[in-house]
Design a protein around this ligand. Structure first.
Ligand SMILES: CC(C)(COP(=O)(O)OP(=O)(O)OC[C@H]1O[C@@H](n2cnc3c(N)ncnc32)[C@H](O)[C@@H]1OP(=O)(O)O)[C@@H](O)C(=O)NCCC(=O)NCCS
Length: 216
C-alpha cells in the first residue's frame, strides 16, 4: 500500500481532491493507512497536457497508467457518475488498484465501510451500519444516517442529507443540498436535482427535482 496516487481527472473535482490530500498529509498518517502521496493527474484533455493543477503535474492522458499500473494507485476525480464508472473500469482493466481517501475530519463509526476508490471529503458524517460502495464521491457537508447503502460510482454533492435506511443505487447523482427521506430508494442512474427533497422512491434512470421531488 505504499504506491503513489494519480488523480484521474484534472478538472474541478480533481482540484477539490487536493483539500483531502493536504489534510491527510498534515496528519501524517502511519504507513499502514491507505496511500495518500500524490504523484499528479491524468486527464485526456489535450489542453491540460503539461499543465499543473494546484502544484501537481498533469502527467499525461489516462493511457499513461497502462504501463505503470503496478506503481501507482488511481483515484477517480470526475463528477459525472457514468464517466466515473467508465474510468474505474478502464484503470482496473490496466491492472491498477484504486486508492481511497477519507478526509480526517469525516466523522464515522466503526460500522461504516468505504469501498475501494472512494473520495470522502471534509465535514461529512456517517452514523452506524453504513455501506458505501466503490468509487463513490461524498462532497463536503454531506450526512449519511444509519443503515444507508450507497452504490458504486455514485456522486453525493455538497450538503446532501440521507436519512436512515436510504438506498442509493449505482451511478446515482444527488445534487447539492438534496435530501432523501427515510427508507427511500434512489434507483440506479437516477439524478436528483439540487435542493430537491425525495420523499418517495425514485425510479432507475429518472431525473427529479423540486420539493417534493418530481420528474423533470
Ligand atoms: C437537475 C439538473 C441535473 C437538471 O439539469 P438539466 O437537465 O440540464 O435541466 P435544465 O437546466 O435544462 O432545466 C430543466 C427545467 O428544470 C428546472 N430545474 C433544473 N434543475 C432544477 C432544480 N434543481 N430544482 C428545480 N427545478 C430545476 C429548470 O428550471 C427548467 O425548468 P423550465 O423547463 O420550466 O425552464 C440540474 O439542474 C441540477 O440540479 N444539477 C445539480 C448540480 C449540482 O449540484 N452540482 C454540484 C457539483 S459539486
Amino acid at each position: 500500500m505504499s504506491r503513489h496516487v494519480v488523480l484521474v481527472g484534472a478538472g474541478d473535482l480533481g482540484a477539490d481532491a487536493i483539500s483531502v490530500h493536504e489534510a491527510l498529509a498534515a496528519v501524517r498518517r502511519p504507513a499502514a493507512d491507505p496511500p495518500h502521496r500524490l504523484a499528479g493527474y491524468l486527464d485526456d484533455s489535450p489542453a491540460l497536457q503539461g499543465c499543473s493543477v494546484h502544484g501537481f503535474p498533469v502527467l499525461g492522458p489516462v493511457a499513461w497508467l497502462e504501463s505503470r499500473a503496478g506503481d501507482f494507485a488511481a483515484l477517480i476525480a470526475v463528477g459525472d457518475p457514468t464517466a466515473r464508472a467508465a474510468l474505474r473500469r478502464r484503470v482496473q482493466g490496466f491492472g491498477a488498484t484504486l486508492a481511497t481517501w477519507v478526509h480526517p475530519d469525516a466523522v464515522r463509526t466503526s460500522s461504516v465501510s468505504f469501498g475501494d476508490g472512494c473520495l470522502i471529503m471534509d465535514s461529512t458524517s456517517f452514523t452506524v451500519d453504513v455501506e458505501v460502495g466503490r468509487n463513490v464521491v461524498v462532497n463536503p457537508g454531506a450526512t449519511v444516517a444509519h443503515h444507508a447503502r450507497i452504490g458504486d460510482d455514485a456522486v453525493i454533492c455538497p450538503g446532501v442529507h440521507l436519512a436512515g435506511r436510504v438506498v442509493v443505487g449505482p451511478r446515482v447523482f444527488l445534487g447539492t443540498g438534496s435530501v432523501v427521506a427515510p427508507g427511500c430508494t434512489i434507483g440506479a442512474d437516477a439524478v436528483v436535482g439540487a435542493g430537491a427533497v425525495a420523499v418517495a422512491d425514485v425510479a432507475e434512470g429518472a431525473r427529479v427535482a423540486g420539493v417534493p421531488a418530481k420528474p423533470l
